[in-house]
Design a protein around this ligand. Structure first.
Ligand code: TLP
Length: 344
């Protein structure tokens, strides 16, 4: 099987497995796990923040950030296809008791003008705008990079109104690699940031949230409340250290392969690549085939290629460190075999 469902399917490298085996551990609820402490310190340094916290998943990291920043009844502004809004099971309202107000973006970027209009003024009728969320790269925009200038504008506007900005940076390292900048250059325009260790960076589990020391102190309490206070968790923090130090430099390869994949697929008349491929995600409109996306996926599955549905007529393919050049060639030959003939 060539698994292009997500970069979350990546398995730990040999080095990660060895690090897990050898990890020094302690009870992290007592703050005594030296490996977790090392990971958090390293992540805070890389992201240019005062402190960081190891959490179990991207979803947990985002939700802890919302819970820590907001009060029940606040309004949170986010792009209309943001993962926090679209894919987190409504957790933001279920747990934090906030309401969401979505703004249509352009390739995941919210225009400062639209944002300005959405920020609430001081009125007894209104909820307070408690948080602005950004996402970079933007998943549903097809791994699109939100430009650094846009992040700066959003952050400055938020600061004028004393509103914190949380960045869902599940794939921030992909954005940084594609732009040729360091992650702190992007994270500087955020109050807090969440990054995933378990996507393109290949760790088996875990995310980081980073921000000021006082934010992280409060976030730690929320993590505990949510049952995310873990004990000898150095065994899973250890591969996270390798993710941060060894895996970011190769992400450009995933981006190159995604571009090759998109180019090959777009040569098939009945298929339409709908995103400009900035990073490791390719979104394909299959509507011209006259069959539902799920059927397209079944046909691919039968040929040993896995992808995910991304809408009624769209599928998503994601490259990652288990996907080689010859896998891309093979996937394209499968696409041609299945769908290329339709046009002849
Ligand atoms: N995204 C997953 C699915 O949930 C859709 C994927 O396969 O892409 N933020 C962003 C931008 C994400 O893409 C994801 C995962 C998360 C947060 C959540 O991370 P986890 O899965 O660790 O909770």
């Amino acid at each position: 099987m060539i698994d292009l469902r997500s970069d979350t399917v990546t398995k730990p490298t040999e080095e990660m497995r060895r690090a897990m085996f050898e990890a020094e551990v302690g009870d992290d609820v007592y703050g005594e796990d030296p490996t977790v402490a090392r990971l958090e310190k390293l992540a805070a340094q890389q992201l240019g923040k005062e402190a960081a916290l190891f959490v179990t998943s991207g979803t947990q990291g985002n939700q802890i950030a919302v819970l820590t920043h907001c009060q029940p009844g606040n309004e949170v502004l986010l792009e209309e296809d943001a993962h926090i809004f679209y894919y987190e099971g409504g957790a933001i309202s279920a747990f934090a008791g906030v309401q969401t107000r979505t703004i249509k973006g352009d390739r995941g970027a919210i225009s400062p003008n639209d944002l300005r209009k959405a920020i609430r003024g001081d009125d007894v009728h209104f909820p307070e705008t408690g948080l602005i969320c950004m996402e970079n790269t933007h998943n549903r925009a097809g791994g699109a990079i939100v430009p650094i200038e846009n992040m700066k504008e959003v952050y400055e506007l938020a600061a004028e109104h004393k509103i914190p900005v949380h960045l869902d940076g599940a794939r921030l390292f992909n954005a940084a690699a594609a732009l040729g900048v360091s992650v702190d250059q992007l994270a500087q325009y955020t109050t807090t940031v969440q990054i995933c260790l378990s996507k393109g960076l290949g760790a088996p589990i875990g995310s980081i949230i980073a921000g000021s020391q006082s934010f992280i102190d409060r976030a730690k309490k929320w993590r505990k409340r949510l049952g995310g206070g873990l004990r000898q968790v150095g065994v899973i923090a250890a591969p996270g250290i390798i993710a941060l130090t060894k895996m970011a430099d190769r992400l450009y390869e995933d981006h190159e392969r995604a571009k090759q994949l998109a180019e090959g697929i777009s040569n098939i008349d009945e298929l339409n690549v709908v995103n400009r491929v900035d990073t490791n995600i390719v979104v394909v409109d299959t509507s011209s085939l006259g069959i539902a996306a799920n059927e397209v996926l079944e046909k691919l599955h039968a040929e040993g290629v896995l992808a995910v549905p991304f809408g009624a007529d769209t599928i998503r393919l994601t490259t990652h460190h288990h996907i080689s050049n010859s896998d891309i060639d093979h996937v394209l030959s499968v696409f041609n075999k299945l769908f290329g003939k339709v046009i002849q």
